[in-house]
Design a protein around this ligand. Structure first.
Ligand SMILES: [Fe+2]
Length: 347
């Protein structure tokens, strides 16, 4: 499939003739379409949070969250510039909400995840319920649910946004609308979803059609406790250290249908074995510092930096201090479509 078909004057004339009819010869493009392994324009890259924070502070003086609708700096993969993509299928951005600001209510087909990086006390409202956010919290806004953000605290709040924008774009399935009011009406007390769905219990007659988890804030205090207790076994996966996936308690599947989300702990000094998978993955360390080797590039990271491992690139991680990393990818989509593949090297 790799071999290019020879050019002849007769063939070239033929291609020109059919071109006018919106036809093309497969034999000229097949090797680009069906590659022996993933061949992505997506590149490994790291964004240092300190630099982003400085630019966001500047952006905070240029435009309000209300005027911008969402004051976000898009993390554009260097191999996919101008497309608002952090990987081929996913979007990533850093959002800032300043004290007293509101990011107005809207809804859209695209599902969004928030992973809180810095600040404490801002809220996200989803479907009539508010949740106050803290660093390390993983918050979901499911497809077509009304959501707005506000910051009634005294400090700026930064979080990572992950959305399935490119995926929805590819499928031409985007709908969106705004609400007449900036903020949706709060109809349920804070913590209601977590009380009903977040304790290995479910309402007895639950009949839920959405594939997205009804738990819309997975608080870091709980996530961290899970890691802290599990690490006592001192049993480490050679490729991942200690890695857990966030799940939808109703189905046991990923918390969101289009994006898989994960949390992992790397003990100090652990150097993982090489690993690769077909789901390009965005990592957001929230504690500690370390290094990741992606292909032949080394990236030093610390808490709040963001880095990308493209599809089918070998990666190893090494933690200088005990580190906790959040990550997300399109893995559930690939698994549903029988496309997901992983390779644990020799581990
Ligand atoms: Fe949104």
């Amino acid at each position: 499939m790799e071999q290019a078909v020879a050019k002849t004057p007769e063939r070239e004339a033929f291609y020109r003739k059919i071109d006018g009819e919106n036809l093309a010869a497969l034999w000229n493009v097949m090797s680009e379409l069906i590659t022996p392994q993933p061949r992505s324009a997506c590149r490994a890259h790291l964004w240092a949070f300190d630099a982003i924070r400085a630019y966001m502070t500047e952006a905070g003086k240029l435009i309000t969250a209300k005027e911008a609708e969402r004051r976000v700096l898009v993390l554009e993969n260097p191999g996919l510039r101008g497309q608002s993509k952090i990987t081929t299928s996913l979007y990533g951005g850093i959002q800032l909400v300043l004290p007293g600001e509101v990011a107005p209510a809207h809804r859209h087909s695209q599902s969004a995840l928030r992973f809180v990086l810095e600040g404490k006390g801002a809220f996200t409202a989803v479907d009539g319920e508010r949740t106050t956010m803290e660093p390390g919290d993983f918050v979901i806004t499911p497809s077509m649910t009304w959501h707005d953000h506000g910051n009634e605290s005294a400090e700026p709040m930064y979080w990572l946004d992950g959305l399935d924008v490119p995926l929805v774009q590819m499928l031409d399935a985007s709908f969106s609308e705004g609400l007449a009011q900036d903020q949706q009406r709060v109809t349920r007390p804070e913590g209601d979803s977590f009380a009903r769905y977040g304790h290995n219990l479910l309402p007895i007659d639950l009949n839920r059609s959405s594939r997205t988890s009804p738990v819309f804030n997975y608080p870091y205090s709980h996530t961290r406790e899970a890691l802290e207790r599990a690490k006592r076994h001192d049993e480490w996966d050679p490729c991942h250290g200690l890695k857990l996936r966030y799940t939808n308690p109703v189905t046991g599947e990923s918390a969101m249908p289009t994006m898989g989300t994960f949390i992992q702990l790397l003990p100090k000094g652990l150097k993982t074995s090489r690993y690769r998978s077909t789901d390009a993955t965005v990592f957001a360390p929230i504690e500690g510092r370390g290094r990741s080797v992606i292909g032949d590039q080394t990236f030093a990271w610390r808490a709040r930096d963001i880095f990308v491992v493209p599809s089918w690139h070998w990666v190893t991680h090494e933690a200088d201090d005990e580190a906790v990393l959040f990550s997300f990818s399109d893995r559930p989509v690939q698994q549903k479509l029988d496309l997901f593949r992983e390779d644990r090297g020799n581990a």
